[in-house]
Design a protein around this ligand. Structure first.
Ligand SMILES: Cc1cc2nc3c(=O)[nH]c(=O)nc-3n(C[C@H](O)[C@H](O)[C@H](O)COP(=O)(O)OP(=O)(O)OC[C@H]3O[C@@H](n4cnc5c(N)ncnc54)[C@H](O)[C@@H]3O)c2cc1C
Length: 383
């Protein structure tokens, strides 16, 4: 942990060392600012290290989120190279086993969001990856844009690189208690800063709780699994029909209505638990597989075996193989809002709050960091 002397003064204090806070610190130093990041945990422990590390462009909500994902993917490429963060694999295979799903993929291919994508028929997909053997596979949307990093090592590496290469100060094991005229009051004293970016993830009761309360935020709990190596390499991150009914870039297309009706009839338990399938691979061949979605102000910490089994069922159906043994289970939570994918608030001219409210922070965080810093420096955030 780097500490800060009470005499030090920063251009920007960032609260939160998850991907959104780190991205904001990066955007700040790229614009020549001196930045400090404050986090209550001794090491990264929030959504940013519990996720798939799946940096997704294709399937993000059309418009601003898709644009943010494209920009963030660019920055991930730069940062991975500079910070020595391995990109474990690239690309996406969105598999379709229903005629209605194929309809969604065809509609998607007719949009501007199909840039970097190809539709493979089942024969070509089998030729490319014979190990994916679902007998009812109809087609695969192949996207070249995605990247996968191992979040539990990538996020600490990103923080280390910000400190070493860019001089960002880190104050860990320290709660930010209030934004004050001089900067931030913390559990370990004053941090002096001209601007403050609050990136608290799904903590809505720390800073600006009254303002956050006006936005009907809630939290989403997800169940995740690590499965043993299946003995082959994935051609990219793999998803299934359930994802076409959930990810807004596909699900908001009119063609998705018929698919959603069919999924509701055929997979009610999956939909009740918000289960859809993402499979990504680690460098040792093991698979990170999920997930589920349960919403509550304070999600319980318990994993339901019934939900794990629904995830494994979808794995079995989409890949046509028996799921390898489960090696690890964990849950994670992220902020959620029904009416927006990101909340950016300006409670004071020199303060911004940013909360990703849709479970896409790894994919959009770098763009959001740039927006925050631009908004503070360029549009009335004070000198
Ligand atoms: C299981 C799971 C899978 C996911 N998969 C993906 C995926 O594949 N792709 C994708 O794009 N997104 C994914 N997401 C979503 C993504 O992980 C989140 O959107 C993103 O990590 C949010 O980042 P953050 O920095 O806002 O929050 P966090 O990572 O939660 O970080 C917030 C930090 O703020 C600190 N903090 C809060 N308040 C204070 C305070 N007052 N004082 C000091 N410190 C404070 C916390 O300690 C924490 O470290 C997933 C999320 C989960 C849970």
């Amino acid at each position: 942990m780097t500490s800060t002397s009470s005499a030090a003064r920063y251009d920007l204090a960032v609260v939160g060392a998850g991907i959104v806070g780190l991205a904001t610190a990066l955007a700040a130093v790229r614009r020549g600012l001196r930045a400090i990041v404050i986090d209550r945990d001794a090491q990264a422990n929030g959504a940013s290290v519990r996720n798939f590390g799946f940096i997704t462009v294709t399937g993000q909500e059309r418009g601003a989120m898709w644009q943010r994902a494209r920009r963030s993917r660019e920055v991930w490429g730069e940062v991975a190279l500079a910070a020595g963060i391995p990109v474990v694999h690239t690309g996406l295979w969105m598999t379709a086993r229903r005629a209605e799903s194929l309809g969604v993929l065809e509609a998607f291919m007719a949009t501007e969001m199909a840039a970097g994508c190809r539709l493979l028929d089942a024969a070509e997909a089998r030729r490319r990856c014979p190990s994916i053997a679902a007998p009812d596979l109809l087609a695969v949307l192949e996207s070249s844009l995605e990247a996968r990093v191992e979040s539990r090592t990538a996020i600490p590496r990103l923080a280390g690189w910000l400190a070493e290469a860019h001089g960002v100060a880190f104050l860990r094991g320290t709660a930010a208690l209030a934004v004050e005229p001089y900067g931030v009051r913390t559990s370990r004293g004053a941090v002096r800063a001209d601007h403050v970016a609050v990136c608290p993830g799904d903590d809505f009761s720390g800073l600006y709780p009254e303002r956050l309360a006006a936005h009907a935020l809630t939290r989403c709990k997800l169940q995740m699994l690590r499965l043993a190596a299946p003995g082959f390499r994935l051609p990219g991150a793999l998803m299934s029909d359930l994802g076409l009914g959930r990810y807004q870039g596909y699900a908001a297309l009119p063609a998705a209505a018929r698919l959603k009706e069919r999924l509701a009839a055929e997979q009610p338990a999956h939909l009740r638990h918000g289960v859809h399938l993402i499979v990504v691979q680690s460098s040792d061949g093991t698979l990170v597989v999920g997930d589920s979605h349960h919403y509550s102000a304070t999600p319980d910490p318990f994993s339901l075996e019934e939900v794990d089994e629904l995830i494994r069922q979808e794995f079995r159906a989409a890949l046509g193989i028996e799921p390898p043994p489960t090696l690890e289970r964990w849950t994670g939570t992220y902020a959620s809002a029904a009416d927006r994918p990101v909340l950016i608030d300006a409670p004071e001219a020199r303060v911004r709050v940013a909360i990703v409210t849709c479970g896409a922070g790894a994919s959009t965080g770098f763009a959001i960091g740039e927006e925050l810093v631009a908004s503070l420096l360029d549009t009335g955030g004070g000198a």
